[in-house]
Write a protein that binds this ligand. Structure first.
Ligand code: HEM
Ligand SMILES: [Cu+2]
Length: 608
C-alpha cells in the first residue's frame, strides 16, 4: 500500500492561488486527440521518447559504419554495403564518410539525446514531480513535438537528395558549409532542420521554465524540488538563451547558401565577399559549449536523485549540487573560446577562456564529490537505474579528467581536432547522456507504461554496455595522443598511423560489442511494453510525488493538488521505524498532525 495523499478532489489551490481545477484539460475522446495531437504532457513525453529512440538507433548504426571504415579501411560494409555503395564495391566512399560523421553527430545531439532527455523526461517528470496537472501551456507543448517531427522530416530528406547530406562535420564551419564547399541541397536542409528543431526546443524551454515557476504545488519551494527538476529547469534556461544563437547562425548560413549574401564568406574566396567564416565559429560555440551542458544537466539532476534513492540516503550537499549546476550554467558561455584556440585568437582572449575553463572544473568536481558522498556508507540497492547512474558517475569522471588537457592552451594546440577530443566528448557528453537515458528509462518505465522491465536483461545490458564503452572511448584518447586527427577517412594512407591500426581495429570491435548489446535493451523494452509484469504504484519505494499517485497515471495526474511538507530525499529518517522513506506530501512523523492516523505498512524497494 502506498501513501494515499489527502481527502478527495477540490482541496488546495496551488502555490499561486490557482484553483486546483486549473489546467485540467478535458479527457480526450478521439484516437487522434488521445494519441496523435495530444496536449497531455504524459502522451507528448512518450511521443518524444519513441522519436528519440528511433533516431538513437539511426545515429548508432551510423557510428557502427564509421567504426567499420576505421577498423577495416576500404573493406565492404556488411549488410549495408551492397545496398548503399554497390558502385564502390560495397565499401564506404570517402564523401559518404564525411557525411556519416556529420550526421551521426548531428542526429545524436539534436534528434536523439535532446528529445529523450529533455523532450521525454522533461515532459513526463516536471508536472508530476512539482505536483501539477500538466504543463502551463499544453497546446504549445503539442506544437513543440510537431515542430520536432517536421524538423525530423527535413533532416531525413537530406539523406535522399542528389549530392547527399551535409558533410562538413556537425560544426558546419564555413567556407566548407557554404555553396563553395558544399553545393547541393543537403547542407541547406541540414541548416533548416537545425533551425526548426531549435524552434521546437525553444517552445519546450518556455513551457518548462514557466511551469516550474508557476505550477509548483503548495509547499513545493525551490529547495524542495527534486534535483531532476533542477537539472531540467536549468537546461531549459540555457536552451531559451542559446538555441536562438545557433538558429540565427543557421539562418545566416542559409542566406549565404540561397540568397547570395556573404556573412561567412571572406573576400578572397568569392567576388568581394565581406564576410568572416570565423564569425560563424563564434556564433556556433556561443551556443555549442552551453549545448554540451544542455545535454548533460538533465542526466546530472536525474542521477543525483537516483543515487540518493538507491543509497537510501538524502542526496549529499543538495544545495551545493544546485548552486554548482547553476554556476556551471553561468560559466558555460564564458568558456566557449576553448574550441577556437587554433583560430589565431589573441593570446589574451584565449588565456581568458582557458582560465574560465579551468574554473568550471570546480563546480563540476563539487557535483562529482557530492555523488560519491551520497553513496558513501549508503545501503546500496544495485537496481538497473542505480547501475546506469553509477555508470554516469564513472564515465563523467573519466571524461572530466581528460578535459583538463583540452582546456589548457598549450596541450590543446597539439590535441585539437585529434581523437583525444573525440574520446573526451564521447565520455563526457555521449556516454554520460547515453547511460543517463537508460537510467531514466529503467526508472520511470513502470510509471510511464504501468509495466516492469525484465531485471536480469537490464543488468546484462548494463555490463555489456559499460565495459566495451569504456574501452571504446578510452582507447580513442590513445590514438588521438598518437597523432590521429578526427574526420580522417582512410588511415592506411598515413604511414605515421600504421602502428595504431591494430588498436583502431580493437576500438571498432568494442564499438560493435556495444552496438549489439543494445539489442538486449530493444527486446526488453518492447517485450515489457507488451507482456511486462504489472507495475506497483511505487516499486522503488521513494518519496517524490509521481510515485504517490496511481499507475498508470490518471489523465488529471493528481486527484487533489498535494500539499508538500518534505524534500525529495527523505530517506532513513531516525523518526521513522516502519519504512525508510517518507513521501514529499506526507506530514513527517514527528509533526503532531500524524498522530491517530492509521500507520501505512512498510514497503521494501522492488526486489529487482
Ligand atoms: C554509441 C556509440 C558511439 C560510437 C561508437 C561513436 C563513434 C563516433 C566516432 C568514431 C566519431 C568520429 C568520426 C571521425 O571524426 O572520424 C564520432 C563523432 C561524433 N560523435 Fe559519436 N559515437 C557514439 C555515440 C555518440 C553519442 C551518444 C553522441 C552524442 C550525444 C555522439 C556524438 C558525436 C559527435 C558530436 C561527433 C562529431 C562528429 C563530427 O566530427 O562532426 N556520438 N562518433
Ligand atoms: Cu566546450
Amino acid at each position: 500500500m502506498e501513501h494515499a495523499g489527502h481527502g478527495d478532489a477540490h482541496g488546495h489551490d496551488d502555490a499561486h492561488g490557482h484553483d486546483d481545477d486549473d489546467h485540467i484539460h478535458p479527457e480526450p475522446t478521439t484516437f487522434l486527440s488521445k494519441y496523435v495531437f495530444s496536449v497531455d504532457h504524459k502522451v507528448i513525453a512518450k511521443q518524444f521518447l519513441f522519436a528519440g529512440l528511433f533516431w538513437l538507433a539511426w545515429g548508432g548504426v551510423m557510428a557502427m559504419v564509421i567504426r567499420w571504415q576505421l577498423g577495416y579501411p576500404g573493406r565492404p560494409v556488411p549488410v549495408l554495403g551492397e545496398f548503399l555503395w554497390q558502385e564502390n564495391g560495397g565499401a564506404l566512399p570517402a564523401y559518404s564518410y564525411s557525411s556519416f560523421f556529420t550526421m551521426h553527430g548531428t542526429i545524436m545531439i539534436f534528434f536523439a539525446i535532446t528529445p529523450i532527455m529533455i523532450g521525454a523526461f522533461g515532459n513526463f517528470c516536471i508536472p508530476l514531480m512539482i505536483g501539477a496537472r500538466d504543463m502551463i501551456f499544453p497546446k504549445l507543448n503539442m506544437y513543440s513535438f510537431w515542430a520536432f517531427f517536421i524538423a525530423s522530416i527535413i533532416m531525413m530528406t537530406g539523406f535522399f537528395v542528389p549530392g547527399g547530406h551535409a558533410a562538413t562535420g556537425w560544426t558546419a564551419y564555413p567556407t566548407l558549409s557554404t555553396t563553395i564547399g558544399q553545393p547541393g541541397h543537403g547542407m541547406s536542409l541540414w541548416a533548416l532542420g537545425i533551425f526548426v528543431s531549435g524552434a521546437s526546443t525553444i517552445m519546450g524551454a518556455v513551457n518548462y521554465i514557466t511551469t516550474v515557476i508557476r505550477l509548483r504545488a503548495p509547499g513545493m519551494g525551490y529547495f524542495k524540488l527534486p534535483l531532476t527538476v533542477w537539472g531540467l529547469w536549468l537546461t531549459s534556461i540555457l536552451n531559451a538563451l542559446f538555441v536562438p544563437v545557433i538558429g540565427s547562425a543557421g539562418l545566416l548560413l542559409l542566406m549565404d547558401r540561397l540568397f547570395g549574401t556573404t556573412f561567412f564568406i571572406a573576400g578572397s574566396s568569392i567576388i568581394q565577399g565581406q564576410g568572416d567564416p570565423i564569425l560563424f565559429q563564434h556564433l556556433f560555440w556561443i551556443f555549442g559549449h552551453p549545448e554540451v551542458y544542455i545535454l548533460i544537466l538533465p542526466a546530472w539532476g536525474i542521477i543525483s536523485d537516483l543515487l540518493a534513492f538507491f543509497a537510501r540516503k538524502p542526496a549529499y550537499g543538495y544545495k551545493a549540487t544546485v548552486f554548482s549546476m547553476a554556476a556551471i550554467c553561468v560559466l558555460s558561455v564564458l568558456v566557449y573560446g576553448h574550441h577556437m584556440f587554433t583560430t589565431g585568437m589573441s593570446p589574451l582572449l584565449s588565456q581568458g577562456f582557458m582560465t574560465f575553463t579551468m574554473l568550471i572544473s570546480v563546480p563540476s568536481a563539487i557535483l562529482f564529490l557530492n555523488w560519491l558522498a551520497t553513496i558513501w556508507k549508503g545501503s546500496l540497492h544495485f537496481t538497473s537505474p542505480m547501475l546506469f547512474s553509477l555508470g554516469v558517475v564513472f564515465v563523467f569522471g573519466l571524461g572530466g579528467l581528460t578535459g583538463m588537457y583540452l582546456g589548457n592552451i598549450t596541450t590543446d594546440i597539439y590535441l585539437h581536432d585529434t581523437y583525444f577530443v573525440v574520446g573526451h566528448f564521447h565520455f563526457t557528453m555521449a556516454a554520460a547522456v547515453f547511460l543517463g537515458s537508460f537510467a531514466s528509462i529503467y526508472f520511470w518505465f513502470p510509471k510511464m507504461f504501468g509495466k516492469m522491465m525484465i531485471t536480469s536483461l537490464s543488468k546484462v545490458h548494463f555490463w555489456l554496455t559499460i565495459v566495451p564503452l569504456t574501452y571504446l572511448f578510452g582507447a580513442m584518447h590513445i590514438v588521438g595522443y598518437g597523432g590521429m586527427s578526427r574526420r580522417l577517412f582512410d588511415l592506411s594512407r598515413y604511414e605515421f598511423l600504421w602502428h595504431l591500426q591494430p588498436l583502431q581495429t580493437s576500438i571498432s570491435i568494442s564499438a560493435f560489442l556495444l552496438g549489439s548489446a543494445q539489442f538486449i535493451f530493444v527486446f526488453n523494452f518492447f517485450y515489457s511494453l507488451a507482456y511486462g509484469k504489472k507495475a506497483a504504484q511505487n516499486p522503488w519505494a521513494v518519496g517524490t510525488l509521481e510515485w504517490q499517485i496511481p499507475t498508470p497515471v490518471p489523465h488529471y495526474n493528481f486527484a487533489e493538488i498535494p500539499l508538500v511538507y518534505n524534500g525529495p530525499h527523505e530517506m532513513s529518517r531516525p523518526d521513522m521505524t516502519d519504512r525508510d522513506w517518507l513521501a514529499q506530501d506526507e506530514p513527517p512523523p514527528s509533526t503532531p498532525a500524524k498522530r491517530g492516523e492509521p500507520e501505512p505498512t512498510a514497503e521494501p524497494v522492488a526486489a529487482e
